[in-house]
Design a protein around this ligand. Sequence first.
Ligand SMILES: Nc1ncnc2c1ncn2[C@@H]1O[C@H](COP(=O)(O)OP(=O)(O)OP(=O)(O)O)[C@@H](O)[C@H]1O
Ligand SMILES: [Mg+2]
Length: 339
Amino acid sequence: MEHMEHSCRTDAGARCDVCGLVSLVPHLKGATQVVAQCAAMQAVLKRAARFAANDAPIAILGETGTGKEVVARILHANSARARRPFVAVNVAALPAELLESELFGHGKGAFTGAAAARPGLFEAANGGTLFLDEIGEMPLPLQAKILRSLQDGEVRRVGENRSFAVDVRVLCATHRDLAGRVRDGQFREDLYYRLKVLTLEVPPLRERRDDILPLAGRFLGQERTPARAFSSAACKRLLAYPWPGNVRELQNVVKHGAALAIAEEVRDEDLPDEVTRTKPASRGPLTTLAEAEREHILRVLDACGGSQVDAARVLAIGRNTLWRKLRSMGTTPATGGRP
Ligand SMILES: Nc1ncnc2c1ncn2[C@@H]1O[C@H](COP(=O)(O)OP(=O)(O)OP(=O)(O)O)[C@@H](O)[C@H]1O
Ligand SMILES: [Mg+2]
């Protein structure tokens, strides 16, 4: 398959003349050369290029595994803060009390076990960027504290009275519908409006078909395997699969294929079952629209591990609509697993 060259892919470390960004993003372990062959992803990077120099907070939205952290790292690497720290915190991974002292630090004796004062991650990120991943899960009381830091550029350690100034650019990401969380009373409206000024939406992989094979090729190159490429049957499978877990799922599928490959090519039988169960577009018997719809719905539901929430998202229809369709097909929600 032919791809439009985008220099994001070719000139490691150089500035890309399509999106204007340095697209080699440093990690502690090596660096990621960002793949952006499709127009949708190039549009995201062009928008990111306009935001990078700004110090305002940015909300990065997108389904799980789409590359939100990669985009956050690009923003940092292309800002005047690039030589200062990039500190990432997964908000969902810590209980509320711990999260507060992680982010803001604590004074000596602030709580049992706080034998010495300790700076928080805001201070660790001073001069650089703080990336709050899964911000949608942040407990309400902490949201108030974050808002205050964003507005005043100050932090106060837990158990201390004085605040001090920090110079931190805050980026945050979520796979949640933040507006919905606001409606449900789980996310502060004032913080939502503050974060929503600049947003970047990373599209799901199923809307970036042109990125699938270049990404797969890049991931394969990172594996120890005799395989250097994918067979054409394997490519068809990769292109036909709806990727509910997005780029991260693709990365894992490539690992699977690389581990089973015995020669120069990863064959379709080296790919995991959920990918090969997806029928590549075939010239089967002609069917009615209703039959085609039924088959397609079941195929997507299967690829999503039975999750109607994920399947509805892939199908771009509402959950209730999907439920009604399943019911009219005689396939009521017992179709396995999650709602
Ligand atoms: N455009 C890309 N080019 C190269 N690698 C990518 C790209 N997008 C994502 N990846 C890789 O895919 C994996 C998932 O990306 P990342 O962690 O940024 O996703 P995420 O949206 O933050 O996921 P989650 O919602 O689960 O936190 C990472 O290993 C990342 O390096
Ligand atoms: Mg992430």
